[in-house]
Design a protein around this ligand. Structure first.
Ligand code: TNX
Length: 716
């Protein structure tokens, strides 16, 4: 069994990692809360994950996105236009804006400009972003780079932009310069849809969640003992019988992807510049195939569908010529069908965890058959690193899933078998994707509070998912004896296995066991660790620092909340405390016992604000959005419009009205605590928000500070 429990030893190792952090960094309140800059100091740069190669805040005024902002695409390329449309659709639910996407040759002012005609040196995924009060420019060399840049751009907007419902607030982007490109081309995540079936909708949801962190490969573990999840026309039994079980479930009739479903996933992933990598595992992990095709078995009998929780329980019949022939024709049929549905270059052939009785001749022969079938379809062979023990076609990709315990044996007489296979793979013309189980396996528990998953590779708290380097992870723990040299590392991948996707996974489930929906399991186990692994794959090693990461990552919690991602609030991440965020949020403003509001909940521009008896309605609620000069926009929650000094008039007595949020200084308010409340001054005119009287419906204007007027506000 793989999952021998080594929890005790692991915990000791982990706690020694934790104490090497500077104690002050772990304890200081600044570490737990975002810095709140004093007025007029530049805002600290936005918390972008993965960390860009370079990112600078520049002095100046924010850009404010309004309903009139255009998304201007400087290209006729339909893929680039597609990124523009994607951005418009991404921003629509939270902002309520239907931003127009225009194709143009000259960048207009006050627009979000997408320019795919940048220098070739940016590479296919690199991009630059430059923003100031006149607009935002994303430059890339082609549509893919624009798409990656757009993922950064969305992180420059307030967290509320991730909400799927309309939020009334100002949508600002601080002036910034970013220049970025990835460390590795391959940045993947694997979903185990074999043990726990994810519907097409759930796969799409996960694609979006992963694409936000610039993940660009989706590996689908389509076949295992507990299920066969892809329809193959010539072998209907595979999905009729082979798909009827999951780990913990029996009797399914549609727990598989039809060709149309699979194409839908591939197309959707493609629209997020993500490549689907199908995995057809073998010669182990093949029980479901054996329930459907008896010729694959030595006894030539149908196996009974399996809905259990074990691994290493199955093997094709590799010793007999008759079965070898049947297996060959089976693999050719399956690989041909999967290749035809898959536009991406890879087919993953598994190769992991074969029962001990398998001889190396049997294994080699299987690998030869299945790799021949794959190259015949002009696809690149990918496999778990065990596949490296057999000769492989040049240019294959091997996925390393070893752990520290194996690394400790490097160079000793008792090298772990996994290390031997790794050496054999590294000696071939192959590259490697790093998925070390004790860092990149999303099914490992974070700690002993985690309801789901396993711990055979120890606990994997967020820090552990972050602190490793793909270039040294196949060496000894002291960094020597590296087996896979840097030039052979092609990327990283996280893996979400799902053989223990239920509450109380430390023991077997029973009738009362709670089974989360696949997306709940995926969200909880992937967030925050998937973003950590995404950063390992994207950002330069020299730019990565755990203490900096845990603060940046913490700023993403509100984004996930807004997006409905049910993440684990891991204790090692610096989640923002409300104390640090100033007056950001929704408030009621009262003076003389009356609340500031929009009369009659009017949504019309130019309506003058009034004060009336507080009724608790949204027309008396104001969302405060902080600008980087320390001033605030006040956005009415009924109308979505901003408190505004009418036409920016500088005279005392000018009306305060509501108007489309522009970010201009006549909509910026300086809020100063005074005894018994706050004064609210226009940043443009310096005059104070003042109401005429304590009568209902009193009109609000700007006035000079004066003790006899109603201008000392309570902010609740
Ligand atoms: C090992 S790692 C497996 C999977 C299990 C996983 C559970 C690998 C290639 N195979 O079959 O689901 O452990 O953590």
């Amino acid at each position: 069994m793989r999952w021998s429990h080594r929890r005790g030893r692991r915990l000791v190792a982990l706690s020694s990692v934790a104490v090497t952090l500077p104690l002050t960094a772990m304890l200081s309140p600044a570490a737990a809360a975002p810095a709140t800059p004093a007025a007029s100091t530049p805002t600290p740069v936005a918390a972008v994950v993965p960390q860009p190669v370079s990112q600078q805040a520049v002095p100046g005024t924010e850009f404010t996105l309004t309903a009139a902002t255009r998304i201007a695409v400087l290209s006729k390329d339909s893929a680039a236009m597609g990124v523009g449309t994607y951005l418009s659709e991404l921003l629509a639910p939270a902002t309520g804006f239907d931003l127009r996407v225009v194709r143009t040759t000259k960048a207009p002012d006050k627009a979000v400009v997408l320019d795919p005609n940048g220098p070739e040196e940016l590479g296919p995924e690199g991009y630059t972003i430059s923003s100031d009060k006149n607009g935002v420019l994303v430059t890339a060399y082609g549509a893919q780079g624009l798409f990656r840049g757009v993922q950064t751009l969305r992180q420059l907007l307030p967290a509320a932009v991730e909400s799927r419902t309309r939020q009334s607030r100002a949508w600002t982007i601080a002036p910034t310069k970013i220049s970025d490109s990835p460390r590795y081309e391959y940045r993947g995540v694997m979903l185990d849809v074999a043990r726990r079936f994810f519907s097409v909708a759930e796969v799409k949801r996960y694609i979006d969640e992963a694409a936000a962190y610039k993940i660009n490969k989706l590996q689908l573990h389509l076949t295992d003992d507990q299920g066969w999840r892809i329809a193959i026309d010539a072998l209907p039994n595979l999905t009729k019988v082979g798909a009827s079980t999951q780990s913990g479930f029996t009797g399914g009739t549609d727990w598989y992807y039809t060709a149309a479903d699979y194409k839908e996933i591939v197309t959707y992933a493609g629209s997020r510049f993500m490549t689907v990598v199908p995995e057809i595992d073998g010669p182990g992990h093949t029980w479901a195939a054996q329930t459907s095709v008896p010729e694959l078995r030595c006894d030539n009998k149908y196996a009974q569908p399996y809905s259990g929780f074990d691994v290493k329980i199955s093997l094709f019949c590799l010793g007999e010529q008759k079965q070898k022939d049947a297996t060959k024709s089976f693999l050719q049929t399956v690989i041909k069908a999967v290749a035809a549905l898959t536009p991406g270059p890879y087919i993953h052939l598994g190769g992991d965890e074969v029962p001990a009785a398998t001889t190396s001749e049997q294994y080699d022969s299987y690998v030869r058959t299945v790799t021949d079938a794959t190259t015949a379809e002009k696809k690149t062979v990918m496999g778990w690193h065990q596949l490296g023990q057999s000769p492989l076609p040049a240019g294959s990709l091997l996925q390393y899933w070893g752990e520290d315990e194996d690394r400790e044996t490097i160079g000793t007489e008792n090298e772990a078998p996994g290390i031997r296979h790794l050496r054999e793979g590294a000696a071939q013309d192959a590259k490697f994707i790093m998925s070390p189980s004790d860092h990149a396996y999303l099914d490992m528990k974070y700690d002993d509070s985690t309801p789901y998953g396993l711990d055979w590779s120890g606990f994997v708290p967020v820090q552990r998912s972050y602190e490793w380097d793909p270039e040294t992870v196949t060496g000894k723990l002291d960094g020597t004896g590296v087996i896979v040299p840097a030039r052979k590392v092609a990327g990283v991948a996280a893996a979400l296995w799902a053989d223990r996707a239920y509450q109380g996974s430390g023991s077997l489930p029973n009738a009362g066991t709670h089974w989360p929906e696949p997306h709940e399991y995926a969200d909880f186990m992937s967030f925050p660790r998937l973003p950590a692994i995404a950063e390992v794959g994207w950002s330069p090693q020299s730019a990565r620092d755990w203490n900096n990461f845990r603060q940046r990552l913490g700023q993403h919690g509100p984004r996930w909340t807004a997006a409905g991602i049910e993440f684990f609030a891991a204790p090692d991440v610096a989640w923002p405390s409300t104390a640090g965020s100033g007056l950001e949020g929704v408030h009621t403003l009262t003076v003389g016992g009356k609340a500031l509001g929009v009369p009659g909940s009017s949504t019309a521009s130019r309506t003058q604000l009034t004060t009336s008896g507080p009724g608790g309605g949204s027309e008396q609620k104001w969302s405060f959005t902080r600008y980087n000069d320390g001033t605030y926009a006040l956005v009415n929650q009924a109308s979505g419009l901003c408190a505004d000094v009418n036409r920016g008039f500088t005279s005392a007595g000018a009306k305060i009205i509501q108007w489309t949020c522009t970010g201009n200084t006549n909509q910026r308010w300086t809020i100063t605590p005074v005894s018994g409340g706050y004064t609210i001054a226009s940043a443009k005119t310096k005059l104070l928000l003042t109401t005429a009287s304590a009568a209902d419906g009193a009109l609000v204007t700007q006035r000079a500070a004066s003790p006899n007027t109603l201008q000392k506000w309570t902010i609740d």
